[in-house]
Design a protein around this ligand. Structure first.
Ligand code: FES
Length: 203
């Protein structure tokens, strides 16, 4: 009979140990589960913050385009102080002129609205004169004479602090015939007559 007692005691101890071990395992599994959930929570929050920052930068880039310096983008055309009244500056890479006339800056596309020749500014007459078919425009690119259907096309121009920025991505159609906000009188000889009508580059 002593044998039964002797066998029972260790079995009960073993069951208690196993329960304790199971409890410990459950607690460990539970704490690991909590840890995993916390980790995933942090990961999702990090991802959400990253996406929010990225979206913020994208919006900032759209609202504040950076000057590229070349045709097709935003071109920096110097500073406001570079343009005293009557100034005409040519930007070959941007394919435009910036003129200061009648108290405002205007960016004129170099391409003639007739058939696309490059229209040079004639210093002696103070007007834009197309050498291809003789269209003439005043200093603000407004139509004076010739076969062109309207004044010279232009680009949006913005003053950012002191910088002059020209957006060459969007062409604004020139004013129709009859618009003349500044004098269209030639101040001297025409360049077309002097050069015998040689053709300018397109674009
Ligand atoms: S292309 Fe300039 S007048 Fe024809």
């Amino acid at each position: 009979m002593d044998v039964g007692v002797a066998l029972e005691a260790p079995l009960s101890g073993a069951l208690i140990d196993m329960r304790e071990e199971e409890t410990a395992n459950e607690q460990q599994a539970g704490s690991e589960g909590v840890g995993r959930r916390k980790f995933l929570g942090y990961a999702w929050k990090g991802l959400a913050v990253g996406l929010a920052v990225e979206a913020g930068w994208t919006t900032y880039d759209i609202l504040n385009p950076q000057p590229s310096g070349a045709f097709g983008g935003i071109v920096t055309a110097g500073t406001v102080s570079d343009y005293p009244a009557g100034t005409v500056k040519y930007f070959q890479d941007g394919r435009f002129y910036v003129v200061s006339a009648d108290g405002a800056l205007v960016a004129l596309y170099q391409k003639c609205p007739h058939l696309g020749c490059r229209v040079p500014f004639c210093e002696s007459s103070g007007r834009f004169e197309c050498p291809c078919h003789g269209s003439i425009y005043n200093i603000r690119g407004e139509y004076i004479q010739g076969p062109a259907p309207r004044g010279m096309d232009r680009f949006p121009l913005k003053i950012d602090g002191d910088r002059v920025l020209v957006d060459t991505a969007s062409v604004v159609e020139g004013p129709p015939h009859g618009v003349s906000s500044v004098s269209s009188e030639a101040k001297g000889p025409s360049c077309i007559v002097q050069k015998g009508g040689s053709k300018g580059a397109g674009g």
